[in-house]
Design a protein around this ligand. Structure first.
Ligand code: AMP
Length: 275
């Protein structure tokens, strides 16, 4: 990967990089298109990073569709794919972790302890391997995008971090590799989240700014359709700190909830995103 990217830069090309865990769907492919628009040489990584999964999470059953991923990546004009084995990135003596404070300590933090440390460690490694680039992340994982922005700034990583808008199905469901887990009846219930986000968006556009009312509008839809809700939270779109009273002109509303064994997350920036 490093040789390929160094070679591209030596030829005067800009490198665009999209890190993923594979099981590629149209959302990932749109990030690759964005990388192609912003750069000349497109690098993709496929790595199911064990460090970012908790002991009770879905690491073992996470979907792996490598051959189809490579075919799709090739069709979208990817120049190089990096798909290391876990032992290559984490050999036995591996003992370094990268930890970001602040933006990692809210929203997902209490439900996935250690998750962001796994993310920031692997992203640091991947960006060091790829070298100077424009790296594209999805806003579907809004907090992850903000954590990686912070990481790149704080550690002077030579990467420009871009957040690409969430890609959705026509009915509103955010594309996710984990949607493959959903039984047909769960797939229908999963729409509760996007319905709630749309309702909050409608209220916000009508002038509603009280965090509690906006959260309640989402929660109502999610509680009605999901088995368990981890959080529905209004937060500052930059610091991710919870908004207690009134939201400003832009507000992040973020949701995590469970349908059977599947945990889904989604979000919208009220005052900005159109759902
Ligand atoms: P993953 O392999 O699912 O962890 O995701 C790899 C990258 O794709 C991350 O930056 C995700 O935020 C992004 N991504 C996943 N799903 C979507 C989506 N529906 N829309 C936009 N980006 C996405």
């Amino acid at each position: 990967m490093r040789e390929a990217c160094d070679g591209a830069r030596a030829r005067g090309l800009r490198v665009g990089f999209v890190p993923t865990m594979g099981a590629l769907h149209e959302g990932h492919l749109r990030l690759l298109d964005e990388a192609r628009r912003r750069a000349d040489f497109v690098a993709l990584s496929i790595f199911v990073n064990p460090l970012q999964f908790g002991p009770k999470e879905d690491l073992a059953r996470y979907p792996r569709t490598f051959d189809a991923d490579v075919t799709n990546a090739r069709e979208r004009g990817v120049d190089v794919v990096f798909a290391p084995h876990a032992e290559e990135l984490y050999p036995p003596a591996f003992s370094t972790k990268v930890r970001v404070e602040g933006v990692t300590e809210v929203l997902e933090a209490s439900f996935r302890p250690g998750h962001f440390e796994g993310v920031t460690t692997v992203v640091t490694k991947l960006l060091n391997i790829v070298g100077p680039c424009t790296a594209i992340f999805g806003r579907k994982d809004y907090q992850q995008w903000k954590v990686v922005e912070r990481l790149a700034r704080d550690l002077d990583l030579p990467a420009e971090i871009i957040g690409h808008p969430t890609v959705r199905e026509p009915d509103g469901l955010a594309l996710s590799s984990r949607n493959r887990y959903l039984a047909p009846e769960e797939r229908v219930r999963a729409l509760g989240i996007s319905r709630g986000l749309r309702e909050a968006s409608r209220l916000f556009d009508g002038g509603e700014r009280r965090a509690r009312i906006l959260e309640e509008a989402v929660r109502e839809q999610v509680v009605a359709t999901f088995d368990r809700v981890d959080y529905v939270s209004i937060a500052d779109p930059e610091t991710l700190q919870p908004v207690e009273a009134a939201a400003g002109e832009r507000a992040l509303i973020a949701v995590a909830a469970h349908l059977g064994k599947t945990r889904l997350i989604d979000n919208a920036v009220l005052g900005e995103d159109r759902l």
